[in-house]
Design a protein around this ligand. Structure first.
Ligand SMILES: [Zn+2]
Ligand SMILES: [Zn+2]
Length: 199
């Protein structure tokens, strides 16, 4: 899991470019590295700090290692129904994903180890077409890698020590404000998953 030292190759003669992370010159005093697989350049301190939260090149999203998150113990339950549709996908049925987390005690990977956290129940929808089924496949990988939820402060309620979404957007209505139609949702969530190293 995670990147390896050998993924970062020190470049003693850096190009006349800006570091894409901090937008300052690569030709200053900071150590500059080239990523081994994609050859993009960054300050060493910028890219190592980036890799702490995301396992992919900031410029091209090339993965560097497998990244796992801090999602607590829970369950993911998937059903498909053919007698109704997500708005905008009238010819296809619906994939319903139910996520369920009981209350629990935070581990060392969470913001307040030893304290309680509040569980949650969430339902999300995908169109049951080829692309929707592929997104489901990726969400199952993200789930196994503990990336879909985390423990933190809820943006909607302001309450801390809750199970919350971890930045992979889900549609929690099959039509309406938090749902469909949304022509670009499936490609956006695919990019969010790719940025976490899930392909
Ligand atoms: Zn930088
Ligand atoms: Zn790159």
């Amino acid at each position: 899991m995670g990147w390896k030292e050998s993924d970062l190759v020190v470049d003693l003669d850096p190009p006349d470019e800006e570091c894409p992370i901090c937008i300052s010159s690569l030709q200053g005093d900071e150590v500059v590295v080239e990523l081994s697989r994609c050859n993009h350049h960054f300050h060493h301190k910028c890219v190592t700090s980036w890799f702490r939260s995301r396992p992919s090149c900031p410029t091209c999203l090339r993965p560097y290692g497998i990244f796992t998150g801090t999602q607590p113990r829970g369950s993911m339950f998937v059903q498909t129904q053919s007698d109704w549709s997500c708005a905008g996908f009238p010819l296809h049925g619906v994939i319903t994903i139910n996520y369920r987390f009981p209350n629990g005690i935070q581990g060392p990977e969470h913001p307040n180890p030893g304290y309680h956290y509040k569980g949650t129940v969430r339902t999300a929808f995908l169109p049951d077409n080829e692309e929707g089924r592929d997104i489901l496949r990726l969400l199952k990988i993200a789930w196994e890698r503990k990336l879909v939820f985390t423990v933190g402060t809820s943006i909607t309620t302001g309450l801390s020590n809750c199970v919350i979404w971890n930045g992979i957007h889900h549609k929690t209505q099959y039509e309406g404000t938090y749902g469909y139609p949304d022509a670009t949702y499936l490609s956006r969530v695919r990019q969010e998953l790719a940025a976490l190293g899930v392909f």
